[in-house]
Design a protein around this ligand. Structure first.
Ligand SMILES: *Cc1c(COP(=O)(O)O)cnc(C)c1O
Length: 406
């Protein structure tokens, strides 16, 4: 820093003199120019006429999930101005994350989905370079992954990418019978925990008993912050989280935590290695530092104060619509996945002449465009945790207008 900074400054002042000459600035490569002032940056979303939304839904991937805090964007901008050896940065970020999360090892992946692919690949190939080159062809390798039928999930596709098939079981006995010399891994989808017959502890114990690695997909299970520690401590060999949901890191980043040997195997199956399954899932330096910055910001924040703020947002919206005839409101916290305060709004549909789906559509079509939680049929559900400060007032006002028109 101390030796670099003056050089850079004098260089930049030369550039600014030269670029002030008529016609010269345009000839300089973009990377020679001083970093732009954010207030003068192009708003490409506006240029393209893509309509921004107020996110009163939550961390939905198709709604771009979360906004990175300014500290995270700042760390990314700093990283974006220098070259590094990518593997060295991967090592250093992984080591810091493992230290902060008190686990053996950690890896920043291209989203939780890629963490699932990498986990499966690691369990199939280990650190054997032949096998790493061979997959997704697994004809002579371990190629079965056991899961509970009640946990069936589209995200299992990310596991199947490694060339394995999912073997579904229901009971503990079925699970034990399904284990054989082709079993590569057992996977648990945390959001489905209440639906399956085999719970977290028993699942881990069965994996240990039969010496089969266990993976948990906990993509949307932060907060609570404790979950970042809980599943590795419980004995899962691998734990996967989304980086761009509750953690508010880059949307395309994720975390794979767990056993050192398996994380090493996952790394070998990952970009930047060319002849590897997840070369298609590159993680760049901006995502690496952004993920670490977001994680540290998350760990260090006042979780109780943030929770109270979410509750206050729910109360303000509730207060704005509570007087409208037949309207009832209730704050609820999903038991699992996105376990934060949400607001549920119900009303007598015949009295108001509008269904929740119709109200959602009006919120979407209005100005500003507001997205509420998708999928709720009996009620209108509002996720307040991804709103920017002050936006709860906008949501409250629009919802009151729409319900009053009804
Ligand atoms: C969102 C999600 C994923 C995928 O996470 P990305 O970070 O978007 O790749 C996987 N599993 C579950 C349960 C999820 O909710």
């Amino acid at each position: 820093m101390s030796t670099k900074q003056p050089n850079r400054r004098s260089f930049l002042s030369v550039v600014s003199v030269v670029s002030a000459l008529p016609g010269v600035g345009a000839l300089l490569p973009a990377s020679f120019a001083a970093p732009p002032d954010a207030s003068q940056s192009r708003d490409i979303i506006a240029e393209l006429g893509v309509r921004p939304i107020i996110n009163a839904a939550g961390t939905y991937t198709a709604l771009t999930a979360s906004l990175m805090p300014p500290e995270v964007v700042a760390a990314i901008q700093v990283a974006s101005r220098q070259y590094v050896r990518l593997n060295e940065l991967h090592d250093a970020v992984g080591a810091r994350i493992a230290e902060r999360l008190q686990c053996e090892a950690a890896l920043v992946s291209a989203g939780c989905a890629s963490a699932l692919s990498l986990a499966a690949a690691a369990c199939v190939t280990g650190t054997d370079r032949e096998k790493i080159r061979q997959i997704p062809d697994t004809h002579n390798l371990k190629n079965e992954v056991i899961s509970q039928r009640a946990h069936r999930s589209g995200y299992a596709h990310a596991i199947r990418n490694a060339g394995v098939q999912i073997v579904e079981v229901e009971t503990r006995q079925e699970l034990e019978r399904a284990i054989n010399h082709r079993t590569a891994m057992m996977v648990f989808f945390n959001h489905a925990a209440p639906d399956g017959q085999i719970g977290l502890d028993e699942f881990v114990a069965l994996g240990k008993k039969h010496n089969v690695p266990t993976l948990i997909d906990a993509a949307a299970d932060v907060p609570p912050v404790e979950n970042l520690f809980r599943f590795t401590k419980m004995g899962f060999d691998l734990v996967a989280f989304s980086g761009g949901k509750g953690l508010r890191g880059p949307q395309s980043a994720g975390l794979l935590l767990g056993r050192k040997d398996l994380i090493e195997a996952a790394r070998m199956n990952n970009s930047p290695n060319s002849d590897a399954l997840c070369r298609t899932n590159k993680v760049n330096k901006e995502e690496l530092v952004g993920m670490l910055a977001a994680l540290e910001l998350f760990l260090d924040r006042d979780h109780e104060a943030v929770w109270k703020d979410w509750e206050a947002r729910c109360s303000r919206i509730a207060a704005a619509v509570g007087q409208i005839r037949t309207v009832r409101t209730e704050t609820f916290v999903p038991e699992i996945a996105n376990a934060v305060p949400h607001l549920r709004v119900t009303w007598d549909e015949t009295a108001l002449g509008m269904t929740p789906a119709q109200v959602s559509e009006k919120m979407r079509a209005g100005e500003p465009s507001i997205e509420v939680r998708p999928g709720a049929r009996e009620a209108l559900e509002i996720g307040v945790w991804m709103l920017e400060p002050g936006e709860d007032e906008v949501v409250a006002r629009r919802l009151r207008e729409v319900l009053q028109q009804a």
